[in-house]
Design a protein around this ligand. Structure first.
Ligand code: FES
Length: 121
């Protein structure tokens, strides 16, 4: 799978709104998002470990008020932004699955053999 551009680096601010996108895995479409935390870009499936629904109600709004944790708007499960590890609440130790991303030439790039970017969200 070749590298696939998710968006512009300049649009991801530390602990700010994430970029939402959709990927396909084994023929199944899944929501995902990319964020920036302490200068580094990370991406995860947008499927809370509790009920499998997206974390955000307002698109891309996945950080808690402290900017130190990702939080699910439904019931408050929290995850570490730099690993996806469950940090508290009803994720019960289950992490958010991560996607491999990097930045190149001002672009955020998905580079993960397991996921194919679905154009147009
Ligand atoms: S669905 Fe995310 S905490 Fe319940």
């Amino acid at each position: 799978m070749s590298a696939q551009i998710l968006g512009r680096s300049v649009d991801l601010h530390d602990s700010g709104l994430g970029i939402r996108f959709t990927v396909e895995q084994n023929g199944e479409r899944k929501p995902a998002f990319a964020i920036r935390y302490q200068g580094t870009v990370y991406a995860y499936l947008n499927q809370c470990s509790h009920l499998g629904i997206p974390l955000d109600i307002r698109p891309g709004n996945v950080f808690d008020a402290s900017g130190e944790l990702l939080i699910c708007a439904a019931h408050g499960a929290t995850y570490a932004p730099d690993s996806g590890a469950c940090a508290g609440g009803p994720c019960f130790g289950e992490p958010l699955p991560g996607l491999s991303v990097y930045e190149d030439g001002g672009k955020v790039v998905l580079d993960d053999l397991n996921y194919k970017l679905v154009p147009g969200k």
